[in-house]
Design a binder for this molecule. Structure first.
Ligand SMILES: [Zn+2]
Length: 249
């Protein structure tokens, strides 16, 4: 049985969220970690966790691509208030694809550092987003993070991968590894001991033109087995173990 270490299956993004989660559970997924991007989504996730306490796990985050639209202080208050229902803080990070303005990038970095320090204080692990900023993300984390780190859908170059592995971070390979060379390269350079698998559903689908969902996480496991010439069962057992260790679930 597989674990989807990172997804966004919740309203309003996924209208039939409960149906999709139930269907995933029936199709071999033993847990899903749903990650909020903004305080607007926190309530829906808490409700899902209440409905599926041993299956659906929650992280509260602060999306780096639209961070300026949300209230950081409110987010921090909610995180403290619901700490016992959370398995990590995230996703947080740096996004230089959507945020190109240098003043905003500077502010994004400040928010990122502030939230890393906040995670240290609360002793909650970190789920990290990075886009067009992989080296900087790993650099900032190496300076400030004192908690376990998972780099979700990471597609850094080999030196950034090496630095992350030296720090014993987890690297989460998305289902889009089926279609994209850059994720294949990351899977090739990451040992199974430091790897988790994820869908990032409803994004990064392994099937063109189809919405992604947690039950497709098996696509990532199969492709990793192929790339690393391992048995599928070995990939499943190790990535499930890693996800349980990282999130303490
Ligand atoms: Zn995500």
């Amino acid at each position: 049985m597989v674990i989807d270490a990172h997804a966004h299956v919740f309203k309003p993004l996924v209208k039939n969220d409960i149906e999709v989660l139930e269907d995933s559970r029936k199709n071999g997924v033993e847990a899903v970690v749903n990650s909020a991007d903004s305080p607007k989504e926190y309530n829906r996730l808490l409700k899902q966790h209440e409905m599926f306490p041993d299956f659906l796990f929650v992280t509260f985050g602060f999306g780096p691509s639209r961070f300026y639209e949300y209230d950081l202080e409110r987010a921090k208050k909610l995180i403290i208030e619901h700490k016992k229902d959370l398995v990590a803080i995230g996703e947080i990070g740096l996004d230089h694809y959507w945020v190109k303005d240098s003043t905003l990038q500077k502010r994004q970095r400040e928010v990122f550092i502030e939230l890393i320090k906040f995670s240290n204080e609360l002793n909650l692990p970190l789920v990290i987003h990075s886009r067009k900023a992989e080296d900087e993300v790993v650099n900032v984390l190496s300076q400030f993070a004192e908690v376990p780190v998972l780099l979700h859908s990471f597609d850094g170059k080999p030196p950034a991968i090496k630095k992350a592995l030296d720090l014993d971070y987890y690297i989460s390979i998305p289902t889009a590894v089926v279609l994209r060379k850059n994720y294949k390269r990351v899977a090739h350079h990451t040992p199974l001991e430091n790897m988790t698998i994820e869908t990032d559903a409803p994004f990064l689908s392994p099937i063109p033109k189809e919405r992604n969902q947690p039950k497709y996480v098996i696509y990532a496991a199969k492709m990793i087995a192929e790339i690393k010439e391992l048995e599928l069962s070995e990939v499943i057992t190790q990535t499930t173990k890693n996800a349980r260790l990282f999130y303490k679930i």
